[in-house]
Write a protein that binds this ligand. Structure first.
Ligand code: A2P
Length: 318
């Protein structure tokens, strides 16, 4: 399995199984199938609503001795309603209990967005907390403590713009090991890739296949379909691989981690096979030309009327 080195010296498998949108009732089978065929990296989060079921699958494979805990890389995330420093460790402990684990390999702040404690998904203005009132650096300090206690081996963030990442790096005692962001040929984020390379922060590409199974409410009208892009399908045909494998190999060739989601046994295997595929320079150049700067997951669901958050706050580098 291809691995990448984090700034802590730990090594993360370059391809992992995504579990966002994997329905309860299907995700345990997907995790068992994935580990059975050679995946060693599972990406989780409490907001996906399926961590306890992922944990059942992990518990079974570990108890059966199919793999040892050391061989697995498990990532999870801190949800927006637990940014208050005193809520971080309890939220982590709930995730660990659900996943049936004693430690995580990587623990990430899920969004630079804070909700009031207990609010699962903020809708009304009073259910949000502006970051000015709950600064990320305080939340980060609690993640650093979790790392020092051995509850997590590495800490990082998700959905951080370049400016937010630089500010965090300037203030942090422990540098972030990872920024998990949306990355695919329609959202290539070259400047972010360069910044993270310079600072020894790895990137994980979420929605590497274009996230076609997002709920309707999260879709825009007439979205471009990444898997159908003619440059991608041509490169697939030339190399006798599938379009999904081209997209995953593209992410791996750039030195990013990729976490395709699937609950289908054939596609789970097809995606893993991409971890050994690299694209040639000509294919990489062709794909560089199809960037649209298009976000499938733009965070607009945090930016409704009365919210202190906006798309400009999330992604603008000001
Ligand atoms: P399924 O779970 O039925 O396989 P993303 O990782 O970008 O969020 O994309 C997930 C979507 O891509 C899901 O709809 C998933 O469906 C689908 N998918 C996963 N692997 C493949 C593949 N190899 N070919 C085509 N679609 C795939």
């Amino acid at each position: 399995m291809h691995v990448l080195s984090l700034n802590s010296g730990d090594q993360i498998p370059g391809l992992g199984l995504g579990t966002w949108k994997s329905a309860p009732g299907t995700v345990a089978a997907a995790v068992k199938e994935a580990i059975g065929c050679g995946y060693r990296h599972i990406d989780c989060a409490p907001i996906y609503g399926n961590e306890a079921e992922v944990g059942q699958a992990l518990g079974e494979v570990l108890q059966a001795g199919q793999v040892s805990r050391n061989d697995l890389w498990i990532t999870s995330k801190l949800w927006n309603n637990a940014h208050a420093p005193e809520l971080v460790e309890p939220a982590l402990r709930k995730t660990l209990a659900d996943l049936q684990l004693e430690y995580l390999d990587l623990f990430l702040i899920h969004w630079p967005v804070a909700f009031a404690p207990g609010v699962l998904f903020a809708q009304k203005p009073e259910e949000f907390i502006p970051l000015a009132d709950q600064p990320i650096i305080e939340t980060w300090g609690a993640l650093e403590t979790c790392k020092e206690k051995g509850l997590v081996r590495n800490i990082g963030v998700c959905n951080f713009s370049q400016d937010k990442l630089i500010t965090l790096c300037d203030l942090a005692r422990v540098q972030p090991a990872m920024n998990q962001i949306e990355l695919h040929p329609y959202l290539q984020q070259e400047e972010m890739v360069a910044l993270c390379a310079e600072r020894s922060i790895l990137l994980t590409a979420y929605s590497p296949l274009g996230s076609g199974d997002r709920p309707k409410a999260m879709k825009k009208q007439e979205e471009p379909i990444l898997l159908d892009n003619p440059t991608i399908t041509e490169i697939a045909a030339q190399n006798k691989i599938t379009p999904a494998q081209v997209l995953l190999a593209w992410g791996l060739t750039r030195g990013t981690v990729v976490i395709p989601k699937s609950t289908n046994p054939e596609r789970i295997r097809e995606n893993l096979a991409a971890s050994e595929i690299r694209l040639d320079a000509q294919s990489m150049e062709a794909i560089a030309r199809i960037d649209l700067g298009f976000r499938y997951v733009d965070g607009a669901f945090f930016c409704g009327k009365g919210s202190p958050y906006s798309l400009d706050f999330l992604w603008g580098n000001k």
